[in-house]
Design a protein around this ligand. Sequence first.
Ligand SMILES: NC(=O)c1ccc[n+]([C@@H]2O[C@H](COP(=O)([O-])OP(=O)(O)OC[C@H]3O[C@@H](n4cnc5c(N)ncnc54)[C@H](O)[C@@H]3O)[C@@H](O)[C@H]2O)c1
Length: 324
Amino acid sequence: MMILVTGGAGYIGSHYVLYDRSRGNDVVILDNLVYGHKEAVLGASLVVGDVGDKALLDMVIKDYRVDAVVHFAAFASVGESVAHPERYFHNNVVSTLTLLDAMRDNGVNNLVFSSSCATYGNPQYVPMDENHPQKPVNPYGESKLFCEHMMSAYSKAHGLRFAALRYFNASGADPDGHIGESHDPETHIIPNILHAALGKREKVTVFGTDYDTPDGTCIRDYIHILDLAQAHSLAITRLVDGAPSDFYNLGTEQGYSVNEVIDVCREVTGKTIEVEYGDRRPGDPPKLVASATKAKTELGWNPIYTDLKNIVSTAWNWELNRKY
Ligand SMILES: NC(=O)c1ccc[n+]([C@@H]2O[C@H](COP(=O)([O-])OP(=O)(O)OC[C@H]3O[C@@H](n4cnc5c(N)ncnc54)[C@H](O)[C@@H]3O)[C@@H](O)[C@H]2O)c1
């Protein structure tokens, strides 16, 4: 099977590519390298270009005889989406529409889409299942929800079949240390804490200490990227076998506060980590924890890196030996 992986030079996409290639699938990556890294694709076919370029998509789909698409390419910073929503609606929504048109025009009907727990907004109950109301509190989450709506409409009108995977907080790195997380600027909490441990930054800032959580800091569900990769692989196989379109949460079902994550990082690294406590950031919900029962029962998903210490250890190994 030939899989087109958009954004496959990015953090989650490159780990999916590594995982799926080791299982014998062929991939072609389309990434404009705005945030991705050539080194992260580890020799897989890479076309450097933009998902918003319809002619390029048509060419890649035809030339590589693409059977299915895994669509990671997007901008993914909540804070930036609040400051520059236009970037998110253009790159995440309009480019996805172009991809859906290219798939329709070329008869490719199977799509796995990187959605997000950000589509839910503030939790009305936790753990959050797939039926939780979707009321995003920032343009990033809105952009992902628009994509879900577009895919549903294309599913009804044009026979597209998709799996929208709503990730909670992607974290960790390839345990063998070949690839890992490398964003500039880095907005994710675990690498930023580890950068403070390494002295690459003076301290780590915790945004908000007055949330309605036991220690006042935000609670998130951290899911290892190879467990995410496994779910994509299962979802693609199911779609190709004829499964209908559906939505799945991907998380460990366990929440950790920012202070707890910092403590685990101190334990794993054995380093002093300076912390600065700041104000809340706009658009940050207090607590996001997944119910992932549906992915486990319907996709047969079996996450294995569920212990936060284990996740942080893989990220720390990457930070000590980073290659890009
Ligand atoms: N990181 C998380 O915790 C998280 C959580 C939920 C959902 N997601 C989603 O997962 C996906 C991957 O996230 P990530 O953390 O790996 O981000 P990333 O920035 O590391 O990877 C995204 C990749 O897409 C590429 N890209 C962006 N726009 C493009 C375009 N128009 N054309 C071609 N390439 C383009 C970038 O260069 C980059 O390589 C995104 O869709 C993101 O919204 C991430």
